[in-house]
Design a protein around this ligand. Structure first.
Ligand code: PMP
Length: 299
């Protein structure tokens, strides 16, 4: 994630990444009381462009507000710092990781009164690789949204992700697929899930998932392409007979799913709606989409 030349942003200053440290008495460390985002910048014909910076930093604010963690930077400031940090690190295609946390030594179970901010950038390939995934239903459920604010991207929620993902890999699968508290399919440890049946797409509704920004983008791209998208509850049994499936996330982008336990999807991934939307997504984030549309208009 960093080497001796890497620059990080820490509490108002650009510092060598090795100096971006946090004390062991920090409230955030003890209670998982921190908020983060995962954002990507792409090299586009218009130069380095952060994809949906506003959406990500608005969610960052929402997450901090939800858990009462002070955040002293506006969406605009956070965006500007991100571009500066990319430039200082000579990166145009990169992952951006802002982390809001409470570094103050404090063992109380009260909202923090002081917030800290780290921002880091690094080059990161597609988080789940580019081969279709074999998923397994996890024995771990997603956290109950009545227990924790699941729509906030809170660091502590990722203990659930770590144990579910590790458990699935331990059984020889590529990734876990988690159910919600009612037994409906929710999402992966770090990505949303879609499946294709009879030419339509299905994905879990908001409520017990992280409402992915990539999920929204894919829903928009699908609807633009005239594909019906159902945001509705479904059980693992309803995956039977599906033609394809895929996962979405900023880090994972759009990645095919070949099977969920014994259910093998009938179409080769390359022929699925997911694969089609994956290429539309790449064109959009890398700024090729605009160009393609203009060329079409000229032709
Ligand atoms: N669900 C979870 C649990 C995640 O961690 C992520 C990654 N942020 C997603 C879904 C996808 O969200 P996004 O598309 O906004 O990256």
């Amino acid at each position: 994630y960093f080497n001796s030349n890497t620059v990080a942003f820490l509490d108002g200053e650009f510092v060598p990444a090795s100096e971006a440290t946090c004390g062991a008495y920090a409230q955030s460390l003890h209670y998982g009381y921190a908020v983060f985002e995962g954002i990507r910048a792409y090299n586009t014909p218009r130069g380095c462009q952060i994809f949906k910076a506003r959406e990500h930093y608005e969610r960052f604010h929402y997450s901090c507000q939800t858990i009462g963690l002070p955040l002293n930077y506006s969406v605009e400031e956070l965006t500007q710092i991100s571009y500066q940090l990319l430039e200082k690190n000579g990166l145009t295609d990169a992952y951006i990781r802002p982390l809001a946390y409470a570094a103050t030594p404090n063992m109380s179970l009260k909202h923090a009164t002081t917030g800290n901010l780290l921002m880091a950038v690094w080059e990161w390939g597609k988080y789940l690789g580019d081969q279709s995934l074999r998923l397994t239903i996890s024995p771990y459920e997603r956290p109950n949204p009545k227990a924790v604010p699941i729509e906030a991207k809170v660091a502590g929620h990722y203990v659930n992700s770590i144990i579910a993902s590790s458990e699935a890999k331990g059984r020889g699968y590529d990734e876990a697929l988690l159910l919600d508290m009612n037994g409906y399919v929710a999402e992966g440890p770090g990505a949303n899930f879609f499946f294709e049946k009879n030419g339509a797409l299905y994905t879990a509704p908001a409520g017990s998932i992280l409402r992915g920004i990539t999920r929204n983008t894919i829903i928009d791209l699908a609807r633009e392409a005239g594909i019906t998208v159902h945001e509705q509850f479904f059980t693992p049994a309803e995956l039977q007979g599906a033609e394809g499936a895929f996962m979405t996330g900023t880090a994972a982008e759009v990645i095919g799913v070949s099977s969920v336990d014994e259910v093998v999807f009938s179409k080769p991934y390359a022929e699925t709606i997911g694969a089609h939307l994956a290429s539309r997504y790449q064109a959009l984030v890398t700024g090729q989409e605009v160009r393609a549309q203009r060329l079409e208009l000229r032709a």
